[in-house]
Design a protein around this ligand. Structure first.
Ligand SMILES: [Zn+2]
Length: 335
C-alpha cells in the first residue's frame, strides 16, 4: 500500500548539497547520497540542489569569491538536467509537469546570503538562473543576519546585529519583490522572527527540526513554529541525526527514520499538516539509518503511512505544501 502511494507521489527533497569543486557526474552511481540512479531506485522524484558557500571573511575579496562560487554552482546545477529525463524546474508548474511526464526534477537554491556581499542585484541574478530560495545565513554571522551558530574563529560573538541588519532587511524586501523564497534554517531565532515579521510572503525553514524534541541550536522552538504557521510558512523536517536525537554516551546520535517521523508528528500537531514538509540535508551531513541515501526514500513514506498518514497527507508533506509555498511567493512577486 505505501509502495503504491510512494510511486504516485511527487516526492521532493528540499535540501541536498553537492560536492564542490569537482562535482561528480550525477547521471552515474557515485559515492554521494544523491545521484540520479539512486533517485530512480528510491522513487525520489525531485531535489533542490544547493549552491552552498561556507562563511568566510567578510571583505571584498571574500564576498567576490563567494559570489563567484555560488553563481558557478547554480550554472552547474542547471547542467544536471537534460530537459527530457531530468528537467530543470524553477516554478511549481514546471515541477508538476516534470512529474507528470515521468521525469526527475532538478531545482536549485543558494545557501548563505554572504554570497550576495553587499550587492542586492545578485538576488535577481540568482533568481534568473533558476534559484527558488536563499538561506539567509550559514553557520557564522554575515552582513545580512545573525546565525544560530556563530563562528568564533571568524571573530563572531553571540550576536552581531541583534537579528537582521539594515542590509538584511533590504534583502528581505528585494526577495519578496522578485519571488525568491526566504529560508531561515541556520538563522538565529532573532533573525528568523524578524524575517517572518518583515516578509510580505511566507517563509520556510528548509532543513531544521523541532527544539521541543531535541534541544539543538539549529532547531526551531514552539514560538518559531507558531510564527511559521502564522505567516503561512513551512518547516521541512530534516534527516540529520544530531537535530533529531541528543547524542548518547558515545557522542553519536542514535536517530532513525522513526525519530524523524516523531518530529514530523510533533510539528503537525503543533502547527498543522499544511505547514510541514520533508528534507534530507544529504551530502551536507544528513542521512540516518533507514534513509541513508536517496535510494532508500521509500522507507520514509512507509513510516509515514505506518503512523496513519494517507495518500493526501503524504502528498502534502512530500511536496504539496512546498508547491503551494512556491506559488504563493512567486505569485506575490512584483516583476
Ligand atoms: Zn545547511
Amino acid at each position: 500500500m505505501s509502495e503504491a502511494i510512494h510511486a504516485a507521489t511527487l516526492t521532493l527533497d528540499t535540501h541536498v548539497d553537492i560536492r564542490w569543486p569537482d562535482p561528480p557526474d550525477a547521471t552515474q552511481e557515485t559515492d554521494r547520497c544523491v545521484d540520479f540512479p539512486k533517485m530512480q531506485r528510491g522513487g525520489l522524484k525531485a531535489v533542490v540542489f544547493i549552491a552552498y558557500t561556507p562563511q568566510g571573511p567578510r571583505d571584498a575579496a571574500g564576498h567576490q569569491a563567494a559570489a563567484d562560487r555560488a553563481e558557478a554552482m547554480l550554472r552547474h546545477i542547471r547542467t544536471r538536467a537534460d530537459g527530457v529525463a531530468r528537467r530543470f524546474c524553477a516554478t511549481a508548474d514546471e515541477l508538476e509537469a516534470a512529474h507528470e511526464a515521468g521525469g526527475l526534477a532538478v531545482l536549485s537554491a543558494v545557501e548563505n546570503g554572504n554570497a550576495m556581499g553587499r550587492d542586492l542585484a545578485r538576488l535577481k541574478l540568482w533568481r534568473d538562473l533558476g534559484a527558488i530560495y536563499l538561506t539567509l545565513t550559514h553557520d557564522g554571522h554575515n552582513d545580512l543576519a545573525d546565525a544560530a551558530r556563530p563562528k568564533p574563529a571568524l571573530g563572531d560573538g553571540t550576536a552581531q546585529h541583534g537579528g537582521l541588519s539594515d542590509l538584511g532587511r533590504q534583502a528581505i524586501a528585494e526577495m519578496n519583490r522578485i519571488g525568491l523564497i526566504i529560508d531561515v534554517s541556520h538563522a538565529a531565532k532573532s533573525s528568523m522572527m524578524q524575517a517572518a515579521e518583515l516578509s510580505r510572503a511566507p517563509i520556510v525553514a528548509t532543513h531544521s527540526c523541532c527544539r521541543a524534541l531535541c534541544d539543538h541550536p539549529r532547531n526551531l522552538d514552539d514560538e518559531q513554529l507558531d510564527m511559521l504557521r502564522a505567516k503561512g510558512g513551512l518547516v521541512q523536517i530534516t534527516a540529520l541525526d544530531a537535530f533529531l536525537r541528543p547524542p548518547g554516551a558515545d557522542g553519536k546520535s542514535p536517530a532513525t527514520v522513526a525519530d524523524m517521523v516523531d518530529h514530523v508528528d510533533y510539528a503537525v500537531r503543533r502547527i498543522g499538516l499544511d505547514h510541514v514538509g520533508l528534507s534530507s540535508d544529504f551530502d551536507g551531513g544528513g542521512g540516518i539509518p533507514g534513509w541513508a541515501n536517496a535510494g532508500e526514500t521509500k522507507n520514509l513514506t512507509a513510516e509515514l503511512h505506518r503512523r496513519g498518514y494517507g495518500a493526501r497527507e503524504i502528498d502534502l508533506l512530500w511536496s504539496g505544501n512546498f508547491r503551494r509555498l512556491i506559488r504563493r511567493v512567486q505569485g506575490m512577486a512584483e516583476i
